[in-house]
Design a binder for this molecule. Structure first.
Ligand SMILES: Nc1ncnc2c1ncn2[C@@H]1O[C@H](COP(=O)(O)OP(=O)(O)OP(=O)(O)O)[C@@H](O)[C@H]1O
Ligand SMILES: [Mg+2]
Length: 216
């Protein structure tokens, strides 16, 4: 399902000559749920961005469901991402001028086809925000914003969910609620999950943990 081969990734403006990521192979089966751990600056976000095609490696292959992301044009990659991948960003990236419902609906913008009638509503109910769908993000608590970001990530029925420290800004209890919801949904729908986290307690909820430093 996810297959990475001979990956090297450095940033051009990085004076440090050694690449941020450099490893031979990494593979994930469909439906696997993996916690991605590592020191701050070790490359977790970089790896998630490679998996989503938001970044392309300097060399090597990122293959998702048999598609080599580097062989797609940028527009094709955007469409591919919309069709296959849900991404919960570390700081959620909700659009401030739009309501909660609109934020979730906008997640469908790049996808092929149309937003299924009632899908965004149903997802907001799933995350417990059905009553607040007409609020603006600024009118929500941080934990509620995390749940909107999660609902948006699911709007296109992705096979893969990437989450970048989705509980990092939340208190323990709220963090666990978001995490439980994410894992329960992933298990029910067979979604492959890669979740970056600093928290070994969060990581322990996953089937396995990969440390970025140990990818060689
Ligand atoms: N756009 C960029 N330009 C230059 N260097 C970058 C860029 N993005 C990340 N880096 C560098 O790449 C390294 C890995 O960054 P990355 O954000 O992937 O780490 P991380 O493991 O997600 O860290 P954190 O846990 O703090 O979020 C860092 O040394 C960082 O400075
Ligand atoms: Mg990061």
């Amino acid at each position: 399902m996810i297959h990475l081969q001979n990956i090297r990734k450095s940033y051009k403006n990085d004076a440090d000559a050694s690449p941020v990521l450099s490893f031979d192979t990494w593979q994930l089966e469909a439906g696997e749920r993996v916690a991605l751990m590592g020191e701050s600056g070790s490359g977790k976000t970089t790896l998630l961005n490679l998996l989503s095609g938001l970044l392309i490696p300097d060399s090597g292959v990122v293959e998702i469901d048999g598609t080599d992301l580097a062989k797609l044009s940028e527009a094709q990659r955007d469409r591919f991402r919309a069709g296959h991948i849900g991404y919960v960003f570390q700081t959620f990236h909700l659009l401030e001028g739009y309501t909660v419902l609109e934020n979730v609906e906008l997640g469908a913008l790049f996808a092929k086809g149309h937003l299924e009638e009632g899908r965004a509503d149903a997802l907001l109910k799933l995350v417990g925000l059905g009553e607040r769908k007409h609020y603006l993000p600024s009118q929500l608590s941080v934990g509620q914003q995390a749940r909107v970001a999660f609902a948006r990530a699911l709007v296109n029925k992705p096979k893969i969910l990437l989450a970048d420290e989705p509980t990092g800004a939340l208190d323990r209890q709220t963090g666990h609620q978001v995490l439980d919801l994410m894992l329960k949904t992933a298990i029910e729908q067979g979604i492959t999950v890669v979740c970056a986290t600093h928290d070994s307690d969060v990581a322990s909820a996953f089937e396995r943990t990969v440390r970025v430093e140990e990818l060689r």
